[in-house]
Design a binder for this molecule. Structure first.
Ligand code: AHR
Length: 869
């Protein structure tokens, strides 16, 4: 009873305080900053406030005002023991422990505790870890001092480091135990004890934090709206009338390069995917490191099988074909009968009547000629194609042959069957369909490449993504390793935990772009690896040493010369010798991929940018503004881009459909005189990550907004592009495939319809809906463009409502006309993954009606319009 009385009393006091605060705010209050161990310590910095330092109110419990970005995804990104300090510069400075092992702490600063600058993780010259970091300020020398306790491997001590700016640090000094002032406090929040720092602040500071948290949580509700709630949200809605007036005198020029593709080797997009090679691990270079040792079978033997007896299959590295490909197979045959079989990428797909180029490097080490049958078989060993080659040289020699398949097979094998005893070495064993895209040697899988070409992409961004900046410094993608004869190219670990043979290299990328009429947009790392790197410690804080940057920059300048230089230049000649005497006419170069915009990044980016600008002023350099549509990298990235006068930046965001619905005005507020935008990666993500009508229509809605903003957003590419079934690291993707089938998603058709129906002139229109609710208005969009080449007028309409829309479309400024137009409709239930566009002919005039089905995307293309003078 007594307990109940006290509980009620406490509750009444708290209630009184809270209500009084709401009614008449105090001048100041106490602010408590802390983190919790929930979610493995990944929930970041929290705040609570109090008027009396006894009763504390959490601001949105577990609301994160700042999250740690230190280290790799998954296991890291934790914040422990944050320490907040208000500096004489009027800024808040926060340090925290990142883990128990590394000799670093994390630091970030903010003016208002809401918007934070990019984080810094100083590399400190001492042995130990940084526990309980604390900040103070030395007014004499105007330096900040960070001190901490270190306890690692049996060693314990206290240390401090001084810094004028949290970028540059003096040497670490040892500190007496008594000199370490850990002034953290313990308070009770919601009955749980938390440790952190306390500051007295004006009430307005706390009010802003409370309002910010409320806004974030309100937006989260909007962004997580899904069509599942449509029956309630739109109960009773049967049909909407839309009066659309297109004003042909009200127009603006927009980019004619809006729709393109972003190709990254993720989800087996390259080897086993777009790159048409059928043999897996042809160079015997698979390495346990590719998967960080997690798969003991992932090694030089992977995908190869010795079948039969009296033979030994081993791997050697002595005197290889080329040092870049050190491993090769040794096949010792005591008695003929055994064979070496390659399973391909979960089978080899073969087509009856088609020819396949077989090749391998081989040498005989027993001083005699060995005849080898090369067979295409089904999994039971039934032969569907065969040829014979002879290994007679004791030196490495390339042997080539052509095999015709007699059958269609999804799961074929390649077999090498020596016909006599002896020992042979084999490397770069290849089986390539002659039927590649455009018949290119070492080319691309025809059906997949055609599907990409059908989007009519105006550009291709490659080779990543994360693949471009790599998992640690050693994994940065180096274009020079990917050109030249295949045996000379240098394979490497793929950041997505598999292997890149580099068979699909820069020459093939550029050739593909040319073949489909798309601008190549190669991306080079900005001298820093991925900030989420799991190799080499603190992610991208370890940039390429400045002493090595000249060589790195030279590689980038060489890339431009290789692409654009004439045959007389060093690198132009190398391109010409590879089969392309004419320049590739490179116009764009991306530097960086959604990097942490740290000072390490900025320093290296500037060096690269200045060198490119000086030598190749016509190249449009595309910078990067972090992985999200907001936050410190986005803000600092934009600031930096403006500071150095970048022509264009690359934005990335993967968001729920609700985000796209409620942010259609994202670019309407962008500065028209600043850098242009390339939206390099985006996709609508629903829980469970399907690619369905709901996600596709959210993307379509957003694409109409991009067209409206086509004066500032000049390019956009959905991500990722390709995914091999059963080998996906990321969902959703635009095109799924297996060895013999391609499976475009509904989102693919949105890209294709936009790509094939783009324009270079945007017409503004007025839209009046019979139902004026915001929820209705935001789920209907129209975009009217004209294609300057065909002179066609293209009307795109998105209906993300569960009801039909009767459109009355009036086109002001057209002479009276009546014409046939094509009308393509993609419609379906929101969770439909199989809907396909349907095309029909309709009659249109300058004032016509058209019915849009529920959940649909419609493109009406009116041929060759004439505008009134
Ligand atoms: O598109 C998949 C990945 O998403 C890209 O590699 C990276 O840039 C982004 O995080």
């Amino acid at each position: 009873m007594k307990r109940l009385f006290f509980l009620t009393l406490t509750f009444s006091i708290l209630f009184f305080i809270y209500n009084n605060v709401l009614a008449s705010p105090p001048d100041s209050a106490y602010l408590f900053s802390y983190s919790t161990l929930k979610n493995g310590g990944r929930n970041g910095l929290h705040f609570a406030w109090s008027l009396d330092k006894k009763h504390w109110f959490a601001i949105g419990p577990e609301h994160s005002f700042l999250k740690s970005d230190y280290g790799a995804w998954g296991s890291q990104k934790r914040m422990f023991d944050p320490y907040l300090f208000f500096g004489p510069d009027g800024s808040w400075h926060c340090v925290w422990k990142v883990n128990d092992k590394d000799a670093t702490f994390a630091y970030a600063s903010s003016r208002d505790l809401i918007r934070w600058k990019p984080q810094v993780y100083p590399q400190l010259d001492f042995y130990g870890n940084c526990l309980l970091p604390v900040i103070s300020y030395n007014h004499d020398n105007k330096n900040y001092v960070v001190s901490w306790w270190s306890h690692k491997g049996g060693n314990e001590g206290y240390y401090e480091v001084s810094t004028p700016d949290f970028i540059h640090y003096y040497s670490v000094k040892e500190l007496a135990k008594e000199a370490f002032l850990n002034d953290r406090f313990t308070v009770k929040i919601n009955n749980v004890e938390e440790r952190g720092t306390i500051h007295k602040v004006p009430w307005s500071v706390i009010e802003k934090l409370i309002n910010h948290q409320k806004l974030v949580s309100f937006n989260q509700q909007l962004y997580h709206e899904t069509t599942d709630q449509d029956p309630q949200r739109f109960a009773g809605l049967e049909k909407v009338n839309a009066n659309i007036t297109v004003n042909l005198e009200d127009s603006k020029s927009i980019s004619d390069k809006m729709i393109g593709v972003f190709f990254e080797d993720i989800n087996y997009a390259a080897d086993g995917g777009l790159y048409a090679e059928l043999v897996q691990n042809r160079g015997f270079e698979y390495s346990p490191d590719d998967k960080k040792g997690r798969d003991p079978n992932w090694n030089s033997f992977y995908a190869w099988h010795l079948i039969g007896e009296h033979a030994v299959f081993s791997i050697d590295t002595v005197n290889p074909v080329h040092p870049n490909n050190p491993h090769y197979a040794v096949l010792r045959i005591e008695k003929p009968g055994a064979l070496l079989s390659n399973e391909g990428f979960n089978g080899i797909a073969l087509k009856a009547g088609e020819n396949y180029d077989f090749s391998m490097f081989a040498r005989s080490t027993t001083d005699k000629k060995i005849k080898v049958f090369v067979r295409l078989t089904d999994p039971d060993g039934n032969v569907v194609g065969q040829t014979t080659v002879n290994v007679r040289s004791s030196k490495w020699k390339k042997i080539s042959a052509v095999i015709r398949s007699e059958k269609d097979l999804d799961n074929g094998r390649l077999e090498l069957v020596p016909q006599s005893a002896g020992s042979i070495n084999l490397d770069m064993v290849s089986l390539f369909p002659q039927n590649t895209f455009k018949g290119r040697k070492n080319g691309l899988r025809a059906d997949l490449a055609q599907l990409i070409a059908d989007i009519n992409p105006k550009f291709v961004r490659f080779p990543g993504g994360c693949v471009a900046h790599g998992d640690g410094l050693d994994n940065i993608y180096r274009w020079k390793n990917t050109i030249g004869p295949l045996e000379v190219r240098k394979p490497q670990r793929n950041i997505w935990n598999y292997h890149q043979s580099m068979g699909l290299g820069f020459y093939e990328y550029f050739q593909f772009c040319e073949d489909i009429g798309a601008e190549p947009i190669p991306i080079v790392a900005a001298g820093v690896p991925c900030q989420n790197s799991s190799c080499g410690g603190a992610g991208q804080q370890g940039g390429i040493p400045l002493s090595d940057m000249d060589a790195y920059i030279q590689d980038i300048l060489d890339l431009i010369e290789w692409a654009n230089g004439d045959k007389k230049t060093k690198w132009g000649r190398i391109r010409a010798e590879a089969g392309h005497p004419e320049p590739f006419n490179l116009k764009y170069l991306g530097i960086g991929n959604e990097d942490l915009i740290s000072h390490v990044f900025e320093e290296r980016f500037r060096l690269i940018y200045n060198a490119v600008k000086e030598k190749y002023p016509d190249i449009v350099v595309i910078g990067t503004v972090g992985p999200f549509s907001e936050g410190s990298d986005y803000e600092r990235g934009w600031e930096f881009a403006k500071e150095i006068g970048l022509p264009m930046v690359d934005e990335h965001y993967y968001q729920p459909p609700g985000w796209f619905i409620h942010n259609q005005d994202f670019y309407d507020k962008y500065d028209r005189s600043g850098p242009k935008v390339y939206l390099g990666e985006y996709a609508a993500h629903l829980p469970g990550r399907p690619q369905n009508i709901e996600t596709a229509l959210a993307e379509a809605l957003y694409l109409t907004a991009l067209e409206r903003n086509g004066d500032v957003v000049v390019m956009a590419s959905y991500a990722p592009l390709l995914a091999k079934e059963s080998n996906t690291q990321w969902n959703p993707d635009l095109i799924y495939f297996n060895n013999s089938e391609v499976k475009p998603t509904v989102g693919y058709y949105i890209q294709k319809l936009f790509g094939q129906n783009s324009g270079n002139l945007y017409y503004f229109s007025d839209v009046n809906l019979s139902d004026e609710r915001e929820s209705v208005r935001k789920r209907f969009a129209v975009s009217v463009v004209r294609d300057g080449v065909s002179n066609d007028l293209i009307v795109k309409m998105v209906n993300l409502l569960p009801a039909k829309i009767e459109v009355h479309l009036k086109i002001n400024g057209l002479d009276e006309f009546s014409s046939k137009a094509s009308c393509i409709i993609l419609a379906g239930h929101p969770d439909d993954t199989n809907a396909r566009p349907q095309e029909k002919e309709i009659t249109v005039s300058n004032n016509f009606d058209h019915l849009l089905p529920a959940y649909s995307f419609t493109v009406i293309r009116i041929p060759e319009i004439y505008i009134k003078n």
